[in-house]
Ligand binder design. Structure first.
Ligand SMILES: C[S@@+](CC[C@H](N)C(=O)[O-])C[C@H]1O[C@@H](n2cnc3c(N)ncnc32)[C@H](O)[C@@H]1O
Length: 235
């Protein structure tokens, strides 16, 4: 049994790799993660491939903070479903937004699957690259360092510390901690801030300063970038 874990890119279907497209055309079984109503990864795939003659299994991934024991039973149950389907189809594709190695919910299932199924990860264009290109911004050059952090776990003290070591901070999932982020940025040394919502989607929004972001623009699919200002700024 073989499971391809495909990164489908950040939103624009043209950013799905040729390799991922080729695999999706070949397999008859697709696992589509969903947080409830949304089927974003599948909607990207559907713009390129006709999935009507394929078996598509929705897998529900609750949008909760993790490390909660109660979810372990759920991950196990989802993994069992994956194995059950793979026993019939022999191979399938689990689609995931961006790149599979980067904050992908697939890895909640991996511990339960790895001894039973051959898992092959196919890289995709990550949202971080998509956001930086949309701004456009160099995330790093020469000796500069980047820290990528989940905003919902970040404290003010940590943010200050990180900025002493890293020139660039990338804050994932900032929407639920917005007031905390504004609050901590107000106390940081000289920084430039950027906010991008739904990078590469038709409804993409780009802000060159966090102060300009309207509350209605806050969205799960968004990233904040904080860049330490240089003496003479070349970013
Ligand atoms: C569970 S992580 C998945 C990351 C994904 N595996 C990747 O490589 O980009 C979801 C977070 O990625 C970011 N994200 C994903 N797609 C995005 C997009 N098109 N524009 C902006 N941020 C995005 C948001 O911070 C969102 O909360």
């Amino acid at each position: 049994m073989k499971l391809f874990v495909l990164g489908v890119g950040p939103g624009d279907p043209e950013l799905l790799t040729l390799k991922a497209k080729k695999i999706l055309e070949k397999v008859s079984l697709i696992f589509s993660p969903t947080g409830g109503k949304d089927h974003l990864a599948l909607s990207i795939v559907e713009k390129l491939i006709d999935v009507r003659d394929k078996r598509v299994i929705n897998l529900y991934f609750p949008m909760k903070k993790t490390k909660e024991e109660s979810l372990e039973a759920h991950w196990k149950q989802l993994s069992e479903k994956v194995v059950e389907e793979l026993k019939i189809f022999k191979e399938g594709a689990f689609i995931t937004l961006g790149d599979p190695s980067f904050y992908s919910t697939f890895f909640y299932l991996y511990p339960y699957l790895k001894s039973l199924v051959e898992v092959k990860l196919i890289p995709g264009v990550s949202s971080v690259s998509a956001v930086a290109c949309a701004i456009p911004l160099s995330l790093s050059i020469a000796d500069e360092k980047i820290a990528i952090l989940p905003a919902n776990y970040l404290t003010k003290e940590e943010a200050k510390n990180y900025l002493t070591y890293f020139e660039t901070l990338v804050l994932m999932k900032p929407h639920k901690s917005w007031s905390e982020i504004l609050n901590l940025l107000s106390e940081l040394p000289k920084v430039k801030t950027f906010y991008v919502k739904k990078a590469t989607f038709p409804e993409e929004e780009i802000y060159q300063n966090l102060c300009e972001v309207e509350e209605t623009s806050l969205d799960y699919f968004s990233i904040v970038i904080v860049k330490r200002e240089k003496e003479e700024d070349g970013t």
